[in-house]
Design a protein around this ligand. Structure first.
Ligand code: FE2
Length: 149
């Protein structure tokens, strides 16, 4: 999802309405990604402490890079370089999670029933967050969304 959006943004012309709309979508999806993982998925995987610590640190890194990107207008000379740095950090994080944390690593003992319950909870929260992130974006703008990440 995040990597796909990253690719679409890269393909859209800089400073086009399409690119701005896709960046807004990315902000919303990132907001959801962080909340779902930090609040639900990582705590359920708490036996894998080292991997979780790395994932948390990476979330911080993505947020730092994102705040620099959002402060750089698409018309600024350094914009493309900022976008590429952000995309690299984002993709590295997504790849690492896909490799190490999804599915849950072997040191995590979680039953199928627990996993199913967790999945349902995550899906429900995702819907809830999606609605509230869209709301925040419309009412308060990107800065408010980035500050909340
Ligand atoms: Fe993540």
């Amino acid at each position: 999802m995040l990597k796909g959006l990253g690719r679409k943004i890269t393909a859209a012309p800089v400073n086009s309405a399409e690119r701005h709309a896709l960046v807004d979508d990315l902000l919303i999806e990132l907001d959801i990604h962080f909340r779902i993982e930090d609040d639900l998925y990582y705590p359920a995987l708490k036996e894998a402490t080292k991997l979780i610590a790395i994932a948390h640190a990476e979330h911080r890194q993505v947020v730092d890079q994102l705040s620099v990107l959002i402060k750089t207008p698409q018309t600024a000379p350094g914009y493309e370089a900022e976008w590429n740095s952000f995309k690299t950090v984002l993709e590295a994080h997504a790849d690492e999670e896909e490799r190490d944390l999804i599915p849950a690593p072997p040191e995590v003992h979680i039953s199928d029933a627990e996993l199913e319950e967790l999945g349902d909870k995550m899906a429900a929260k995702m819907e809830q967050y999606r609605a509230s992130a869209v709301h925040r974006l419309r009412t308060k703008g990107r800065a408010a969304l980035v500050r909340a990440l």
